[in-house]
Design a protein around this ligand. Structure first.
Ligand SMILES: *[C@@H]1O[C@H](CO)[C@@H](O)[C@H](O)[C@H]1NC(C)=O
Length: 187
């Protein structure tokens, strides 16, 4: 591949579903955001967190020696790349991934600190992301998680994700979580 071909290849990688992510284009988008319409998008999907078996999508990467005796697993840190699916069934179509970290940050109850990105891989949001930073007390029926930003069609997004456990296998720790997301972003 010649230099020009490499440059063209790199340029094509900067386009997310027709959105130019080069710095001049991002600046142009940013400077004109006041003229753009703010819109609300609602999303609904399932998050499949698999910690057991041959192909876990969530891996414990660290814990202090006080985690095993802790009733809340305080101190355990996981890295995840969990599929996001349309429905709760195992063969349901994948629309994206949840990539990031969750950590057991509660001494008194099982509270996870979530810092992760939803990375969408299909449809009109393909290539765009939403960033979550929030507290997830997993035994509450609903957990409200702030959406603090995004990329692609979700530039400067803010919103709310609501998590509700669909199923939890107490023996393995594998879980399926239903997510409702409401997000404000620009058209
Ligand atoms: C999503 O975008 C990538 C990169 O542009 C492309 O290769 C892929 O086919 C797209 N997937 C879908 C399901 O549209």
């Amino acid at each position: 591949m010649g230099n020009l071909a490499i440059i063209l290849f790199l340029c094509s990688m900067a386009i997310v579903q027709g959105i130019d992510e080069s710095p001049p284009s991002v600046e142009q988008w940013f400077q004109t955001r006041g003229q753009k319409k703010e819109i609300v998008t609602k999303l609904h999907f399932y998050f499949r967190d698999t910690v057991s078996g041959k192909n876990p999508t969530a891996r414990k990467v660290a814990q202090p020696n006080t985690t095993p005796p802790s009733p809340t697993s305080f101190g355990a840190v996981f890295i995840i790349d969990d599929p996001l699916t349309v429905g709760p069934e195992p063969n349901s179509p994948i629309i994206g991934r949840a990539q990031g970290i969750y950590a057991a940050a509660g001494l008194q109850e099982v509270d996870l600190l979530l810092t992760l990105n939803y990375v969408f891989t299909s449809g009109q949001f393909n290539g765009s992301t939403l960033s979550i930073l929030g507290r997830n007390p997993i035994f509450n029926t609903y957990r409200e998680l702030p959406i603090v930003g995004g990329s692609g069609v979700f530039r400067l997004a803010r919103g709310i994700a609501t998590a509700k456990t669909y199923s939890l296998n107490a023996a393995t720790g594998d879980a399926i979580v239903e997510y409702n997301v409401i997000v404000l972003h620009y058209q």
